[in-house]
Design a protein around this ligand. Structure first.
Ligand SMILES: C[S@@+](CC[C@H](N)C(=O)[O-])C[C@H]1O[C@@H](n2cnc3c(N)ncnc32)[C@H](O)[C@@H]1O
Length: 188
């Protein structure tokens, strides 16, 4: 079973996860007003559901059915113009005004291919993920983890077709501190 299907039920119970999503929302929300937005790796919507009150339309996609179910339950309850679908980002072909993603790209092997896919779909992208770590972030093991975070040099290389802004927006406090970056990618 997809590990994220197992995790979906209790995903929102972890305060540090909710805290990080709030930081992403704070940083991204001013730029997505009245826009048609895609969130890939949307999970239960900790980010997407909390920006959907200002977007024109918010589409979430995720490879985990249970995450998508949770997202759609919340969107319905809050009467938001937001809907999630079970889909891999590499299968997405619709165009968007903006694309957002949080804590997902370290689960995606080919980031160069991801960069190209995003370039086809939109003009502006916001991605939050871990700064390079030592492999101890996922305390329950590294199954499905493709990258132990990212260095700025790696990111510059992966997203070389884009104009990139980079900033640290949050620190996740576990057995040690793990920094989280937010990159904003705009077409050159
Ligand atoms: C660590 S979770 C983050 C969920 C959510 N963004 C959050 O911050 O709470 C990563 C999510 O990305 C999804 N995912 C992984 N690879 C994906 C892909 N190629 N396309 C779409 N979703 C993917 C997983 O199913 C999982 O729900």
């Amino acid at each position: 079973m997809n590990r994220f299907n197992k995790d979906a039920i209790t995903w929102d119970d972890l305060p540090r996860r909710v805290e990080l999503a709030k930081k992403v929302v704070q940083n991204v929300k001013p730029f997505v007003k009245n826009k048609k937005v895609l969130e890939f790796g949307c999970g239960t919507g900790l980010v997407g559901i909390n920006i959907a009150d200002v977007t024109k339309e918010l589409i979430g996609i995720d490879t985990s059915e249970k995450m998508v179910e949770k997202f759609n339950e919340k969107a319905k309850k809050l009467n938001l113009n937001a809907k999630a679908f079970v889909k891999n980002i590499f299968e997405e072909n619709d165009k968007y005004d903006a694309i957002v993603s949080s804590m997902t790209i370290h689960h995606i092997k080919d980031i160069k291919k991801l960069s190209k896919k995003l370039y086809e779909l939109t003009n502006i992208v916001f991605i939050a993920d871990l700064v390079k770590e030592d492999g101890t972030f996922h305390t329950r093991g590294n199954e499905d983890v493709e990258h132990f975070g990212f260095s700025i040099d790696e990111l510059k290389d992966y997203f070389s077709e884009w104009k990139m802004d980079y900033k640290i927006i949050h620190t996740i406090k576990k057995h040690k501190d793990f920094d989280v970056f937010l990159i904003t990618l705009q077409k050159k």
